[in-house]
Design a protein around this ligand. Structure first.
Ligand code: SER
Length: 586
């Protein structure tokens, strides 16, 4: 059974049980700046899980694109992916344990025809926060699951959420399929990592709200949140050995393998996974950069290229693989087709950027390790790792992999310290997810930073408040500024934006920086990404009477320091995202 059939059967089944099908959200959470990506189907539904009524009612079903970057190092085994699809059904204060478990059981055994004896389940063991979940265990028994295949575990295994620091959470019951391989030991059970039992579905009984003080309060309504990993389900239903043998990945793997001198399984899997994740990130308007989501995208693409080189695949052919990927998946994800050119373009551009520095980076790497070897040291320190990152664009995991191949390791903590110090030094720390980067802060780029604030405010005043900044890229020569807007911006409107920016420059407005708590910044009316991850206190730059933005700076102290700008180009980046390129006229 193909993945798309599993998805359709799932949606149909829950529709027949009174659920409304809703469309999944973007990979980039729209209303939650505390996380970079949508990591679970429940994520976009948090407001409804804590009590506000969902416009579609109390029974919801959907499929959701998810990205989990904590699994990045696990890619290559038989069940971990960075990007994956989660099928989910929800009861928002409607049915609870009994119906939820019975629906899951019926779907698995009657719709997918999975034999009952292949199914094992786990339930919550109980602790000070919540009691043992005998109720769920009893329902499983009633369904026909033998007692010997019902296990109890603590919070680590059988509790889900909250997705962030606070929010809805609760005990869960997890469903595992037995792959049929022999137990790794007498004690082997579903919590074991050996691969005999694969978790396919998680039914979370969300009846608690975790509060800021760490306590658990009863929610006003009892919810069910379930999630089934589509790719895992597909490989198990197809009797394959792993995810990468399914139709979702096979064409990409074969393509890369055919074009490689020395195809190694792990590298093929990493390439297939990372390119797929990258394509979907680009669909959601992410552009490779040095911060936030853009940095994850950069790491995924660069790690792909590293592995392509490792197996003797010419990275210049990376777009051929992207074409295969899009052709293979566009029946399941229409957005790949819509963004075809954009995906190819961004990946190619990033490949070129990386390739330009790669050779010198590799030379530098060899220098570093030769020196270490001479001195019998087997760890690349944080400073060297940071230099490879900062000057040569080597994400630390790329350095780490190269190091491992040479019998060395890297000092990841040391790298993080350098990274943070550098961020603090360039006063980028509170700069929000999209802006700046670890680029230079010459006088010229500083001026462009200030121009960016003038441009955003002017765009919003002229095109409307739904203009949201989607990224910016500044060099000493120009600014590239991305923003959301549904259509092409006419030359006439661009002229108006230009005039408004230039008028503020003529007005010689003061630019003032003040530090305040994030909450105060919000109240003050500052624009920005309210990402508390960057610390409680943020910098707000006010351009006298014109704009207020959370930003790490640096900026000029008066707009009179800027030359007039000229918008040279306006173009689409992806659907709904426009890019302008502007320069100072000398
Ligand atoms: N939120 C739960 C999970 O991610 C169930 O959907 O597993």
């Amino acid at each position: 059974m193909k993945a798309i059939e599993i998805r359709n059967k799932y949606l149909d089944f829950f529709k027949s049980k009174g659920h409304k099908i809703i469309s999944g959200a973007k990979l980039i959470p729209e209303n939650d700046p505390t996380v970079l990506f949508t990591t679970a189907g429940m994520h976009p539904l948090v407001p409804y899980l804590i009590g506000s009524p969902h416009p579609e009612g109390k029974r919801i079903v959907d499929f959701q694109k998810c990205l989990r970057t904590d699994d990045i190092d696990e890619v290559g085994d038989n069940r971990h992916l960075t990007f994956f699809e989660m099928l989910g059904n929800w009861s928002l204060g409607d049915y609870f344990k009994e119906d939820s478990i019975k629906y899951s059981f019926e779907f698995l055994t009657k719709v997918l025809n999975i034999p009952v004896d292949k199914i094992s389940v786990t339930c919550f063991l109980g602790d000070n926060d919540a009691p043992k979940d005998d109720v769920s265990a009893k329902i499983w028994e009633e369904c026909g699951i033998d007692k010997t295949r019902i296990y109890f575990f603590g919070k680590k295994d059988n509790w889900w959420g909250p997705a962030g620091q606070t929010g809805p959470c609760g005990p869960d019951t997890e469903i595992f399929l037995d792959t049929g391989v022999i137990k790794c030991s007498n004690d082997c059970n579903p919590s074991c990592d050996c691969g005999k039992y694969i978790e396919i579905w998680n039914n979370v009984f969300m009846e608690y709200n975790k509060m800021e003080d760490g306590s658990f309060k009863q929610l006003s309504q009892k919810n069910v949140d379930t999630g089934m990993g589509l790719e895992r389900m597909a490989f198990l239903m197809q009797g394959k050995n792993h995810i990468f043998e399914t139709e979702l990945f096979m064409p990409i793997i074969s393509k890369v393998s055919d074009m490689s001198e020395n195809p190694e399984e792990d590298s093929l899997r990493i390439i297939a996974d990372h390119l797929r994740a990258s394509a979907f990130l680009i669909c959601d308007s992410v552009i490779p950069s040095n911060v936030g989501q853009g940095y994850i995208l950069r790491r995924l693409i660069r790690r792909t290229i590293r592995h392509m080189r490792k197996i003797g695949f010419n990275p210049d052919k990376i777009t051929d693989v992207c074409v295969t990927l899009i052709d293979n998946l566009n029946n399941m994800y229409g957005e790949l087709e819509t963004n075809r050119n954009n995906i190819l373009e961004e990946i190619k551009t990033e490949k070129n950027r990386f390739m330009n520095t790669l050779l010198s980076g590799e030379k530098e790497f060899i220098k570093v390790i030769n020196k270490l070897k001479e001195n019998n040291i087997n760890i690349i320190d944080g400073i060297a790792t940071f230099r490879l990152y900062d000057t040569f664009g080597f994400p630390p995991e790329v350095t780490n992999e190269l190091a491992k191949e040479n019998g060395l390791c890297i000092d990841m903590d040391g790298f993080k310290v350098c990274f943070e110090q550098h961020q603090a030094k360039s006063r980028e720390g509170s700069e929000g997810i999209f802006k700046g980067g670890l680029a230079d802060h010459s006088e010229e780029t500083t001026k462009y930073h200030t121009a960016a604030h003038l441009i955003l405010e002017s765009l919003q005043k002229i095109l409307g408040n739904d203009v949201i900044q989607k990224g910016s890229n500044i060099t000493a020569e120009r600014i590239r500024f991305d923003f959301s807007h549904p259509e092409k911006v006419t030359r006439e409107l661009l002229d108006q934006v230009e005039d408004m920016v230039n008028a503020q420059i003529d007005k010689k407005l003061q630019v003032v920086c003040s530090e305040m708590l994030l909450d105060e910044a919000r109240k003050y009316g500052a624009k920005g990404i309210f990402n508390s991850k960057y610390g409680e206190s943020v910098k707000v730059y006010t351009i006298e009477g014109f704009s207020k933005e959370i930003c790490g700076g640096p900026h000029v102290d008066n707009t009179s320091k800027l030359n007039h700008i000229k918008i040279l180009k306006e173009e689409a980046v992806s659907s709904g995202i426009r890019r302008i390129k502007a320069v100072f006229i000398k």
